[in-house]
Design a binder for this molecule. Sequence first.
Ligand code: IMP
Ligand code: MG
Length: 186
Amino acid sequence: MSHKSEDMSGDILKVLLTEQQLKDKVNEMGAAIARDYAGRRPMFLGVLKGCFVFMADLVRAADIRCDLDFMCVSSYGAGTTSSGVVKINLDLRGDIDGRDIIVVEDILDSGRTLSYLRSYLQGKGAASIAIATLLDKPDRRVADVKADYFGFVVPDEFVVGYGLDYAEEYRNLPYIGVLKPEVYTS
Ligand code: IMP
Ligand code: MG
């Protein structure tokens, strides 16, 4: 039997970050990036699918000439433990040799995905690689990765919304929240 409610928001135990908090923070992040990259033309590289809402807001908050690209990656490995090897499901379209790259992620958790991606981009000749993540869970870090831009530090709880999913659902919630426990067990 399903313990899911009719609407998505009925499955949310508590709201962690409201739409307004997200908006204010992402605007700050965009302004900081625009300042730091003034006179350059960075490439925002979104990590799909989780980045899509954050990236759309972030690039509109950065008044700067830029290029956009996306990669879609998933980690190999059984269950919830990733091996650190990342499978590339959608690769870069263009050449990034000599480019300043800003990798855009929804959440930095173990850091395995971004650690892998960073080496991958270095190997393709990127001039610089910065990491912009909306959320950071430093308690869970395994790989040596730090965000250059982050929105919020979150506790070690599984969060959904604003691009983040649980089993591919809840990405379209406009805020970030924690699911009711019965949703995981249904
Ligand atoms: P990492 O390689 O462990 O840093 O994994 C980062 C990826 O794990 C993110 O891009 C998310 O797709 C996923 N992830 C980690 N924590 C959460 C969470 O709390 N909610 C939803 N997805 C998460
Ligand atoms: Mg995910």
